[in-house]
Write a protein that binds this ligand. Structure first.
Ligand code: M6R
Length: 604
């Protein structure tokens, strides 16, 4: 969602901030702006829409200064207009803000009564006016900022410049991440490590309630009470080159094609083919005692959880419950003593998933997370974090994070099975040998991408598309539908193939293509019967399968290599990703930043 950059530097801030804002585009945004302080005077430029609009504004009306703050805004309250774009300014302060100030109405009423005037309706302006008031009352900047923070309720990250202070910047974190970057005679603030890639690799992740005072030569972090605190400096794993499309046309395409490499890396961290064992990070609880697993996530991560349910129940015979994070807290979930709740989140910041995590933690569950960002809030609040090692994922449509999540979940299911005495050494080694085939088979699937480009051309004119699969392919069907609707804007749904005849088959005619996922497993005959039912009603079926038999009447087929049940869902994720990608390209949509979507969804 919204992105923040703050630079206290020694060269003009605007070009560097624009680079950082480009790196933050992946989060999704609909307006952007920058402010600087130069010779004590604040200046600001903002524009609705893409960064190109802000660039044009800056070209027409340049902004100097070596200290600046910048923002990409994903509208929550208020439309994406220039007036609502950040930074918000008074004569004395400029502020960028991620998140929501929940008590902004009473604060605004208080300020209005005191004679303060407002330009707009946003909660951010209230923060700017409140800080200005405290400065006007004669408080020193540090005290004024701390007093302002003490009045705010909600989830927010803030970055602030003050007029007359060319060597001062404040940042604060409460519920929304903020990172300090340490430089050589320069210091920075960013909403994530990606914002700071290329500026600094030495990062301080602010903790909940922390705020920071930066000059070019120093950084002091304070806790919510205002006491100076020391937070660890971590080395960023995100290099500026990782945030580069290379020779690919889109980040999503690059990330799809990276999958054999990153999945191999992930498997390499969790599997030891020599000893034939799975290694997980140290668990601060006994896996053998885990009698129930609750999996909670959103979107694509939720579909990874649904796949994991099949594996965990089959391999470890432990009951599994799977929930969409935004619903989890609202149905009074029944926890069991010694239950393990696993939260799956690429970003580690998704607000719904984080809220669900806190709910389960308060109920005394063991908490594990699968995240791609180890400095994320979820990683820090969990009892144990299982990194997925996918590397930065920039495309809003999640691809490599999904297959890396599956790789880790497969390893986890095996380990849980071993801990419960249901997977002996020979079986564990056999599972590992099966999983070790994954990268090679993924590369084989990717090699046929031209075929999927052909299929995409055939289905691109459709208004509605169904994806069907049975068993462990049912979640992949839903994932395929989500990918397609996200980036091509074609309405798509994923169904259990056997469920179609209970209603959705009424939709079938020659205008609704159906994508059938049918690996040659124990369910193929049933899946093929369901596909026949569709074709008998004039439906046009694209078959994705390793079944070599020639089916009559298909619209097309995409051949797959054969694989076992641990590898098949990982493999079948690729053709549905490719189909979504090539269909979006065919339709000319914005593949990496689809409309209305944000990469990291930090509001509930
Ligand atoms: O960062 P998370 O894994 O928690 O994100 C969850 C969803 O927002 C995310 O998977 C979303 O559905 C993607 N855009 C799917 O491509």
């Amino acid at each position: 969602m919204c992105g923040i950059i703050g630079i206290l530097g020694n060269t003009p801030a605007v070009p560097r901030m624009m680079e950082a804002l480009k790196r933050l585009e992946y989060r999704g945004y609909d307006s952007a702006g920058v402010a600087t302080v130069e010779d004590g005077t604040l200046g600001r430029r903002r524009a609705p829409g893409k960064l190109a609009n802000l660039e044009a504004t800056l070209k027409a009306d340049p902004l100097g200064g070596m200290a600046g703050i910048g923002h990409t805004r994903w509208a929550t309250h208020g439309s994406p207009t220039e007036a609502n774009a950040h930074p918000h300014m008074t004569g004395r302060v400029a502020i960028v803000h991620n998140g929501i100030i929940e008590n902004f109405r009473p604060l605004k009423d208080e300020l209005l009564k005191a004679g303060v005037t407002f330009e707009g309706e946003t909660d951010t302006e209230v923060v700017a006016r409140l800080l200005t008031r405290y400065l006007d009352e004669g408080l020193a900047p540090r005290d004024a900022f701390h007093k302002t923070l003490s009045r705010l309720e909600g989830a927010f990250a803030l970055c602030v410049l003050i007029a007359g202070e060319d060597d001062l910047m404040f940042g604060a974190r409460e519920g929304s991440p903020l990172v300090v970057g340490l430089g050589d005679g320069e210091n920075y603030l960013g909403s994530d490590a990606m914002a700071l890639a290329g500026l600094s690799s030495k990062l301080i992740y602010l903790e909940e309630g922390d705020w920071a005072e930066l000059s070019r030569e120093s950084v002091q972090v304070y806790d919510a009470a205002g006491a100076p605190v020391k937070r660890p400096v971590t080395l960023s794993q995100v290099a500026a080159t990782m945030v580069d499309k290379g020779n690919y046309r889109h980040f999503m395409q690059k990330e799809i094609f990276e999958q054999p490499t990153v999945v191999a890396q992930t498997l390499g961290r969790y599997l030891d083919p020599n000893s034939g064992t799975v290694t997980l990070p140290d668990m601060p609880f006994d896996l053998a005692g885990v009698n129930k697993v609750t999996l909670v996530a959103c979107g694509t991560s939720y579909y990874a959880a649904l796949v994991a349910r099949y594996w965990i129940e089959k391999i470890a015979r432990v009951p599994v419950e799977v929930d969409i994070a935004s619903e989890f807290r609202y149905r009074a979930p029944v926890y069991q003593k010694d239950g393990l709740a696993i939260f799956i989140s690429q970003s580690g910041e998704t607000a719904d998933t984080l809220a669900a995590l806190r709910h389960a933690k308060a109920a005394g569950q063991h908490i594990a997370v699968l995240v791609n960002v180890m400095g994320s809030t979820m990683a820090r609040e969990a009892d144990v974090a299982l990194p997925i090692y996918a590397g930065p994922e920039v495309g809003v449509a999640s691809t490599k994070a999904f297959t890396c999540q599956l790789a880790v979940l497969a390893a986890f299911a095996i380990k849980l099975g071993a801990a419960h005495g249901l997977v002996d050494a020979a079986q564990e080694a056999a599972y590992i040998a099966e999983l070790e085939q994954t990268p090679k088979l993924m590369a084989q699937v990717l090699h046929a991408d031209g075929k999927m480009a052909d299929i995409a051309r055939q289905i691109a004119p459709a208004r509605d598309i169904l994806f069907v699969g049975r068993g462990i392919q049912f979640p992949i069907a839903m994932e395929g539908a989500l990918k397609l609707k996200e980036i091509s804007y074609i309405h798509a749904e994923g169904y259990a193939a056997g469920e179609l005849k209970h209603g959705p088959i009424a939709l079938i005619d020659e205008t609704v293509p159906v994508i059938g996922l049918a690996p040659n497993d124990g369910l193929i005959d049933k899946t093929m019967s369901n596909l026949q039912e569709i074709m008998a009603r004039g439906g046009r079926v694209v078959l994705i399968s390793d079944n070599a038999e020639d089916e009559e009447g298909l619209l097309d087929r995409f051949p797959m290599p054969s694989a076992g049940e641990l590898v098949a869902p990982i493999l079948y994720a690729i053709p549905v990703q490719l189909l979504a990608y090539y269909t979006a390209v065919e339709k000319g949509t914005d593949v990496d930043q689809p409309r209305n979507l944000a990469k990291s969804v930090t509001v509930e």
